[in-house]
Design a protein around this ligand. Sequence first.
Ligand code: NAD
Ligand code: TYD
Length: 352
Amino acid sequence: MAILVTGGAGFIGSNFIQDWFANCNEPVINLDALTYAGNPNNLNTLPAHAAHTFVHGNIADRELVGELLTRHTIRAVIHFAAESHVDRSIHGPEEFIQTNIVGTFRLLESVRAHWNTLEPAAKTAFRFLHVSTDEVYGSLAPTDPAFSETNRYEPNSPYSASKAASDHLVRAYHHTYGLPVLTTNCSNNYGPYHFPEKLIPLVIHNALAGKPLPIYGDGQQIRDWLYVRDHCGAIRRVLDAGQLGQVYNIGGWNEMANIDVVKILCAALDKESPRADGKSYATQITFVKDRAGHDRRYAMDARKIERELGWKPAETFTSGIAKTVRWYLDNAAWVQQVTSGEYRKWIATNYS
Ligand code: NAD
Ligand code: TYD
């Protein structure tokens, strides 16, 4: 028996696979299309015992997915694969519709066909865990309560709309076909292997390269940050003990304005890798044009997963940021490799 991880060469997927083998030996089949965000080198540091099989392919390929499910006796699918960057979804939504909606639909169809062939015990034990985001719930006003699992869906970007659609498909496959699904909606992650198009790794990368640190609009937008390995632990917990058909919100209880996140990063870098001229990296902060339709505030009410499954984050923002900054300083070669070619084109497009 094995689990099938989709998007396991991306940021969270690769952290999940590392976390998996730090906790058990069950084989992982990792299906990833290796888009610009996928990097097989993220898995170079897996321990020798890791039964990890990488498959280069698309979640929408029904023949391939069907074959993988049968050949490897898959008992659970953990679905990370997606287009994940809001700014890219604003510049070009098509890929988001294809992967996040059509891709998830095709994956669900492949899984449903496989699940229908299983013996009753295997059918009961099977799980499809869909990894989603807090962004499906829309934007909060400053004094609104945090998002709960029953919050109305109000997605505002093509990215969040495509994730919302995928959440609805997953829900429908449970309701209509009885597919044993679980959905997790998580807040903003940060940590090692985070592609430097997202705020935290972009700021670390630009700071060290002596480039401007771009803050959209007034920098007062709030996100709820969670260290990526905490997210991975939550997913394992939901896989083990989550109730079928249920949704679990995952968050860090750590709301921060973007400008404050960037100042904390600058202070950490000032300490760990001071600039040659002795000035703070904060002098590189540059306010730029705001993102179109920019959501003002996200915050997760993660009490359900704590109450029902006993999960809560282990890292504080201080400890998580310290680990993250250290990782980027120690892994300059990784950053160098992922910031060549296509990456440069994206930076030129988004910040022109
Ligand atoms: P990522 O962009 O770093 O990685 C996505 C991975 O999916 C890449 O390896 C890519 O090659 C792969 N992929 C893309 N399209 C594919 C396809 N059609 N078939 C197979 N593989 C494909 O994303 P991430 O930040 O690791 O996010 C993973 C999941 O978690 C996504 O579903 C995202 O919506 C969700 N999520 C992310 C965050 C966050 O802060 N990053 C927060 C909550 C939820
Ligand atoms: P991001 O990391 O793209 O995640 P998301 O949009 O999914 O929350 O952005 C986090 C916040 O940082 C968001 O409010 C947009 C803002 N941001 C900037 O101010 N400057 C940047 O260069 C980037 C990439 C993001």
